[in-house]
Design a protein around this ligand. Structure first.
Ligand code: NAD
Ligand code: IPM
Ligand code: MN
Length: 358
């Protein structure tokens, strides 16, 4: 296959980890006889520094015509002034919106070899297999915002439409059907009006279209607790943009590190006229360890596996990458974030260990 992949390294550890995923993609191309045409584009703080715009028109155009996109991370202290007129994170929100990537899939499946990396007890973590489906182009992230009272009061609306809830619930329920047939919808319907709409639309769609999938509604505050006590009870979890953001960083402590979690941001499938998928680790630019060689590249390498499977339709290649990651970890390869104080390897050495096993 010939595929065009746009790389968006971004800021902080972004370029370090994307470079490692590129090594993996090149190895897959070699080994399986594909040609991957990789081109780098600017996003985030790096793009602000070069052009003043966190998502320059060239970057967006290249992404729109790509087969798949791999992102590192954006943001950092250099661009964090609360009064700045432009922010790196705006570039990421814009690309998600422009490409219609309304569904962010975040699988949480702790590796057996790594149960010790989790701060939680092994008997709680063991056997967990959750797929979070985070709504990605709506909610409070995209609500009207501003200041009033001469700047002394700030607001940001949380908005969800029926159509937005219907499409994310259909996607999540379809995925649950192919797994254990259970869907947990997380909201704050006891307080928030958009959550009440979310809950009633979810109940209706599930009753009418997915009677075979078991639906449970859980309030987000309780969910934050259940995740740490009975994570094995959840199969697919669907939730809004902000709740999904927060709960998945929390859930990263089940596998043991943010540095292990990939995600796929998908929209309307290609076959139905949609654009490419964006594959992005759930962690950020980790400014505290950027440039030290401590970044865990596995989240981004696992993103490249999701890119191969969900973006390019190459499931065998994706599995080869995932297996190599599992084998490397099982052989004791640990970056500092998962070494629990024991010996650790660098970003590049961890990738070497994966490459040896592809
Ligand atoms: P962060 O995810 O960057 O880091 C949180 C903690 O996890 C840090 O201690 C960091 O060292 C650690 N960590 C994260 N990724 C790691 C990895 N691969 N290997 C080892 N350790 C890792 O969150 P933050 O510090 O709150 O945010 C830093 C910046 O990143 C902010 O500007 C934020 O907006 C941005 N951010 C970007 C994205 C994205 O681009 N998708 C996601 C989250 C945060
Ligand atoms: C993520 C990040 C982003 C989000 C930020 C950087 C805009 O935290 O991808 O999880 O909140 O969606
Ligand atoms: Mn986040």
């Amino acid at each position: 296959m010939h595929a065009r992949i746009v790389l968006l390294p971004g800021d902080g550890i972004g370029p370090e980890i994307v470079a490692q995923a590129v090594r993996v993609l090149n190895a897959v191309a070699d080994r399986f006889g594909h040609t991957f045409e990789l081109t780098e584009q600017l996003i985030g703080g790096a793009a602000i520094d070069a052009t003043g715009d966190p998502l320059p028109a060239d970057s967006l155009a290249a992404c729109k015509s790509a087969d798949a996109i791999l992102l590192g991370a954006v943001g950092g202290p250099k661009w964090d002034d609360p009064n700045a007129s432009v922010r790196p994170e705006q570039g990421l929100l814009k690309i998600r919106k422009e490409l219609g990537l309304f569904a962010n899939l975040r699988p949480i499946k702790p590796l057996d070899a790594l149960v010790d990396a989790s701060p939680l007890k092994t008997h709680i973590v063991h056997g967990t297999d959750i797929l979070f489906v985070r709504e990605l182009t709506g909610g409070v992230y995209f609500g009207e915002s501003g200041r009033r009272d001469g700047g002394k009061t700030a607001y940001q609306e949380m908005v969800y439409s029926e159509a937005e809830v219907e499409r994310i619930v259909r996607l999540a329920a379809g995925l649950a059907r192919g797994r254990d047939g259970r869907l947990t919808s997380v909201d704050k319907a006891n307080v928030l009006e958009p959550s009440r709409l979310w809950r009633s639309v979810t109940s209706r769609v599930m009753k009418e279209e997915f009677p075979d999938v078991k639906l449970e509604h859980v309030l987000v505050d309780a969910m934050a607790m259940h995740l740490l006590v009975r994570p094995r009870d959840f199969d697919v979890v669907v939730t809004g943009n902000l709740f999904g953001d927060i709960l998945t960083d929390e859930a990263s402590m089940l596998p043991g590190s943010l540095g292990l979690l990939p995600s796929a941001s998908l929209g309307v499938p290609r076959s139905e006229g949609g654009g490419p998928g964006l594959f992005e680790p759930i962690h950020g630019s980790a400014p505290d360890i950027a440039g030290t060689g401590k970044a865990n590249p596995l989240a981004t390498i696992l993103c490249s596996a999701m890119l191969l499977r969900d973006g390019l339709g190459l499931p065998g290649e994706a599995t080869a990458v995932e297996r190599a990651v599992h084998d490397a970890v099982a052989a004791g390869v640990r970056t500092a974030d998962i070494a629990a104080g024991g010996p650790s390897v660098t970003t590049v050495e961890a990738t070497d260990a994966v490459l040896e096993r592809i």
